[in-house]
Design a protein around this ligand. Structure first.
Ligand code: SF4
Length: 91
């Protein structure tokens, strides 16, 4: 039986140069809890040394979690262009 890591390695990404998620960092400055840091399964959200949210759309699984959990609605989320983003392979 395959592990989740092995299954994930079979998926591939076509990185869309235009990010499909746009973060309003001014809102992030006001956010106390920053749940995106803990709940994004791909670890796309990180904290800089100075404590600012940083976002990298490469590796995004398009799960939609960040869009739902952001308490300040600071995340503008669209699907990537057709053919871009993650290509899941099942089986
Ligand atoms: Fe992370 Fe999912 Fe948001 Fe992509 S859609 S950045 S994987 S939480």
């Amino acid at each position: 039986k395959k592990t989740l890591d092995e299954i994930m390695k079979e998926d591939k990404w076509e990185v869309d140069e235009k990010p499909h998620i746009v973060v309003d960092y001014e809102q992030c400055e006001k956010c106390q809890s920053k749940p995106c840091l803990y709940l994004c399964p791909a670890g796309c959200y990180t904290l800089s040394e100075s404590g600012k949210i940083m976002f990298n759309h490469e590796g995004c699984l398009e799960c939609g979690t960040c869009r739902v959990i952001c308490p300040l609605k600071a995340i503008k989320w669209e699907y990537p262009e057709p053919g871009k983003g993650i290509h899941y392979r099942y089986g």
